[in-house]
Design a protein around this ligand. Structure first.
Ligand code: NDP
Ligand code: 8X3
Length: 259
């Protein structure tokens, strides 16, 4: 098992859902947590919660919009001493906007999804991987989705961003061959987080229906898979983890049973 004790783990989008649960799971491994998101109040609250549970834990919360490539470069270039040696990067920040036919959609939704889920993932990876190569150790773990494996109605652009993530991670593994840096895609089906509330712009009732009448994955289930991949011996590269609730067969087939 690869120990993450005192190793720097950088999680993008740690203010909610999978990123938040992943921060907690890496804290249990004794890692140093570099956490970013736009909602700094949430990160501060999480930091306080984590440190209250484990006084020796080191956490550095950073306000960062990952779509701002200049801010990404600046933040990573000016990290305090002791935080520059990123061992694990979790490219988690991501979102969907709407569930709409392409020819009826607001192109602003596409920009937001493509900028966050694809361009930002590339920018953060570009900023972090050279340091991993120079140090001779590192692991990039990105959040894909069942949506990247199979398209569903109204999800063309979100699914395209997750298909892009899958292909980028395949390409990154090719780029990294012969180096000690690992690259993993963790691809869950529906996970009960704020994801659907964001997709439906705060419509809680519509969001709740996504997770109704079945047992969805929880953020902690995904966090456990991420930490498992990160803690394999260094010669083991978990390429892809495709995971769903037992009540989901693929992007479109669900077992919903009203109570
Ligand atoms: P949440 O909405 O709960 O969390 C999304 C996180 O991304 C938040 O912390 C948010 O922080 C952050 N984020 C979004 N945009 C930015 C940005 N521009 N800069 C920095 N951080 C940003 O959703 P999930 O936890 O479910 O989603 C996490 C990842 O998992 C996403 O990539 C998603 O596509 C993927 N995924 C989700 C599934 C699901 O069903 N929930 C299934 C498969 C994959 P803030 O708003 O504070 O900036
Ligand atoms: C998130 C899961 O099915 O809502 O990637 O697209 S889904």
């Amino acid at each position: 098992m690869f120990s993450l004790q005192k190793k720097v783990v950088f999680i993008t989008g740690a203010s909610s859902g999978i990123g938040r649960a992943t921060a907690k799971a890496f804290a249990e491994q004794g890692a140093k947590l570099l956490l970013c998101a736009r909602r700094m109040d949430r990160l501060t609250e999480l930091t306080q919660e984590l440190v209250a549970q484990r006084a020796d834990l080191e956490v550095l919360p950073v306000s960062l919009d990952v779509r701002d490539s200049e801010a990404v470069r600046e933040t990573l270039a000016t990290l305090p001493e002791g935080w520059k040696q990123i061992e694990v990067l979790v490219n988690n920040a991501g979102l969907s906007r709407g569930l709409t036919k392409v020819y009826e959609d607001d192109p602003g939704n596409w920009d937001e999804m493509i900028d966050t889920n694809v361009r930002a993932l590339l920018q953060v990876t570009r900023a972090v991987v050279p340091g991993m190569l120079a140090r001779g150790s590192g692991h990039v773990i990105s959040l894909g989705s069942t949506a990247g494996h199979q398209t569903y109605a109204g999800g063309a652009v979100y699914c395209a961003t997750k298909a892009a993530e899958k292909v980028i991670m395949e390409g990154l593994r090719i780029d990294l061959i012969g180096t000690p840096v690992r690259a993993t895609s963790v691809d869950p089906g529906i996970v009960e987080t704020e994801f659907s509330e964001t997709r439906f712009r705060g419509d809680k009732e519509r969001a709740a229906k996504v997770y109704a009448d079945l047992k969805p994955l929880q953020a902690e289930d995904v966090a456990e898979a991420i930490v498992w991949a990160a803690t394999r011996p260094v010669h083991v590269n978990i390429q892809t983890i495709l995971m769903t609730t037992i009540d989901q067969a693929n992007s479109t087939v669900f077992n919903r049973k009203p109570a």
